[in-house]
Design a protein. Structure first.
Length: 524
């Protein structure tokens, strides 16, 4: 179901499940959900749980996923509430309908092109945002209140998934209840989907729902209050939030000691980033950090496959860092708090450098390598600063083996890999990129080779300057392809400049010797 979130990068606000309708009104096998901050209420099958939604789309309002374990390769059933902007109907003047007072030569007026985030109707949305799906209307149902919903059975051309959607106009927008599941389960769920649709009520958002949030920020005057309010006011049921000067942390985790450590260490690391990578302009953005309670919740929220090896991610579109409490990961029973912070520090670097560099993504060896570099950060329990940066425990064993077996990529190639190349052997190139950053930051390396000590700062300085210079060529509002062209040019210039006069054979020889002498803290 990634089509709803990834295809259009809108701003989504997570929703809270608030007061329920009276228990006597809820049929057996269903439960009630009410979201007064958004104005939605409905009943849904009791096996469905609410998930938070990422804050990058106004389209996706609420999301529910069947917690019943799906069979291997089966599609988990989902119910989503969407709100779509509608393209206004335009009255076109043609020569035949032209008023008599109009000059005979006056051209017919033409409708403006539709905005990319608005749609003519639900079928237009399916065509543009759900490639591979079809939708055909087959009737009208009455929902709660006065809302009437048009019913659209939907089908996937690959014939694996099936579903049904219900769409009705509310306040010049289209509210859609979208229900999708594996085709083999659709017959069993169809009546439940229809019962849910008939219960859907859409009202004006309640100001009272946000009263506690308003009071909270009167007592805690952080910067960028409006953004924090939007995040905090609509948290899903069971989720909590805490603020620091530079972050708002939202979490579904009961371990308060862990949360306090996250809050404490994030601010310390942020100060270290400011010291090492001064931003091109004052960072006004408040960074969102989402902590899922376990791997299952993380995968469902992130819409990743069950066998993914991803432990966290930073999304520059949603401006959100997401990871989970992997101490509870049954697939990795030996994980500890240290592993939680390995992920947090890595993704925290991506989050910071995005803002600090003027929203440009460096080469992966630099970006992912530095993320892994800071994964080795050591901060004492009561510390006020970074005590040191050690080896990245997840990478050192891999890169030592790569060097010993000569399976690494030549450094002259690695530093020019674009993301698709770097990700083609993700586990290996992550390890190699980390070791190169660790090597170039080593004081002994810089003492022996002052030229190599300039590689990293020169790369960063160049990519920032060239990116801005390239963007300026396209005027005040560069388009997507122009932005990407500027990024490519900036990355190329950064590598060319940073490694100018560097003898790669000599660099690679000393890097290999450095790697082989590293100690793996987890080796037995």
């Amino acid at each position: 179901m990634q089509f709803l979130i990834r295809k259009f990068a809108f701003c989504i606000i997570a929703i809270c499940a608030g007061a329920s309708v009276a228990a006597a009104q809820v049929p057996e096998g269903f439960k009630s959900i009410s979201n007064p901050a958004k104005g939605y209420s409905l009943i849904l099958p009791s096996t469905f749980d609410e998930l938070p939604v990422p804050p990058d789309s106004e389209v996706l309002q609420m999301k529910f996923v069947d917690h019943t374990p799906a069979k291997k390769d089966a599609i988990n059933a989902e119910i989503r509430i969407l709100r779509l902007k509608l393209i206004p109907s335009i009255s076109v003047t043609t020569p035949d309908s032209r008023p008599e007072s109009s000059p005979a030569s006056a051209p017919a007026s033409q409708p403006a092109p539709p905005p990319p985030d608005a749609f003519h109707d639900f079928q237009d949305f399916v065509k543009r945002a759900m490639p591979g799906w079809t939708a055909n209307a087959d009737g009208i149902i009455d929902a709660a209140g006065t809302l009437k919903l048009e019913r659209f059975p939907i089908a996937e051309k690959q014939d694996k998934a099936a579903g049904i959607a219900y769409a009705g106009i509310d306040d010049e927008t289209l509210v859609v209840l979208l229900c999708v599941c594996d085709k083999i389960h659709f017959a069993d769920l169809q009546k439940k989907f229809e019962r849910t649709a008939k219960s859907l009520s859409v009202k004006d958002p309640s100001e009272l729902a946000n009263a506690d949030v308003e009071l909270h920020y009167k007592e805690h005057p952080y910067r960028n209050i409006d953004y924090r309010k939007r995040v905090r006011a609509t948290l899903p049921k069971g989720w909590k939030a805490d603020d620091t000067d530079n972050f708002i942390i939202i979490y579904d985790v009961k371990d308060q000691i862990l949360i306090k450590k996250v809050l404490h260490n994030l601010e310390i690391l942020h100060r270290k980033f400011l010291e090492l990578f001064p931003p091109v302009r004052v960072i006004e953005a408040v960074s969102t950090v989402r902590i899922c309670k376990d791997r299952a919740e993380f995968i469902k929220f992130s819409e990743l496959p069950d066998d993914t090896k991803v432990a966290g991610w930073w999304n520059s579109h949603s401006k959100e860092l997401v990871f989970y409490n992997n101490v509870r990961d049954p697939k990795y029973p030996t994980t500890s708090w240290e592993d939680v912070f390995v992920v947090l520090y890595h993704e925290g670097f991506h989050q910071y450098i995005y803002y600090a560099c003027g929203e440009i993504d460096p080469h992966s060896w630099f970006n992912e390598g530095y993320g892994d570099y800071f994964s080795g950060t050591r901060i004492g329990d009561l510390g006020t600063r970074v005590d040191g940066i050690g080896v990245m425990p997840w990478r050192v064993g891999t890169v030592k083996k790569m060097v010993a077996e000569k399976t690494y990529a030549p450094l002259k190639n690695l530093v020019r890999f674009e993301q698709k190349d770097y990700y083609s052997k993700m586990g290996f190139y992550y390890a190699e990129g980390w070791s190169l950053i660790f090597f170039l930051n080593d004081p002994a390396t810089n003492k022996r080779h002052p030229l190599w000590g300039k590689i990293l700062p020169t790369y960063l300085k160049t990519i920032i300057q060239v990116y801005q210079s390239e963007l300026n060529k396209y005027g005040p509002n560069p388009q997507g392809n122009q932005v990407e062209a500027a990024r490519l040019a900036a990355r190329k210039a950064a590598v060319d400049t940073a490694f100018d006069d560097v003898e790669f054979d000599k660099l690679e020889a000393e890097w290999k010797a450095f790697v082989l002498q590293l100690k793996d803290p987890r080796a037995k």
